[in-house]
Write a protein that binds this ligand. Sequence first.
Ligand code: COA
Length: 327
Amino acid sequence: MACTHIIGTGSYAPSRVITNHELEKRVDTSDSWIRERTGIQERRQAAPDEATSDMAVHAARRALDMAGVAPEELDLIVVGTITADMPMPSCAAFVQAKLGARRAFAFDVGAACAGSLYAMSVADQFIRSGQVRKALVIGAELLSRVVNPDDRNTCILFGDGAGAMVLSPGDDAERGILSTHLHSDGGLAELITIPGGGSRTPMTEEAVRARLNTLHMNGREVFRFAVRALVESTQEALATHGLVPGQVDHVIAHQANARILDAALERLEIPRDKCWLNLHKYGNTSSASLPMTLDEAHRAGKLQRGQVIAMMAIGAGMTWGSAVVRW
Ligand code: COA
């Protein structure tokens, strides 16, 4: 069966830079603590008049340009996001309208930081089934709107951004998205939540006062779980294709914490220099991070035809997964 090919990538980061030093002035933290414990030096923050779909459209246009695909040719738009412009309709609906992608059906996937990997997998299944020929996959996140700026456990980690890829069926069965492997464990849902604003705890004045509309996280537990989950699911993906770690040319990973990636790569026996890192510049951009990373590596000319790319991501839910792509 022909594989789905990634024929274009794009990314967008807002221009406003928030350095660790700026955060030092706001919460009890230090540049050295943040660098040592996370690898993050700065992150981006969207402008007050910017919404998630605006960032998504910037990234999407770049990916479409690279692919040479017009918005009217798209059959499907899937956006991985937990910070859509509003609770309803989806972020994807706004993206579709702004792009003028009239033929596409459009929806969001809510899998937090694994959102773009989930979205890519969904689009891949539609393409493999023959129902879709051109798909736009986006990860876009405006986390600065949901992070509590006074919570040093979370405000240092997250940033805003968007990444996109254009997918289409390829003739070459040896190349493209060879497989995706998705997992969830809702038993761990409490590890990362935005507890207010949903049907359980509607957005009341009291809920906002208690900051229930912001992100809450048990960082230590997430860290422990993330390393194991990323290792196991990447091993699963490689084993599916009879690949050994030495055959992996690049790791394109969700950028949560440099120490999480270091620990996972060490256990996988994949050298660190095979993993493209940009979290020092952007922090954790949740679902945006994987396609932003792919786009950076691609535009830097690092991805050569035929090379093996292992993708991995993990997020709230917990959700996680991996993919093997032959470029
Ligand atoms: N600055 C300074 N000190 C901080 C701090 C900050 N920004 N945040 C926490 N601390 C303190 C803690 O209060 C704690 O102090 P204590 O020992 O007096 O209680 C100490 O640093 C160590 O805390 P701990 O939580 O064990 O640190 P850590 O090494 O696990 O690093 C995270 C914290 C959040 C950076 C880390 O756990 C992490 O990255 N987890 C994964 C988060 C993640 O990726 N989430 C998204 C998933 S997609």
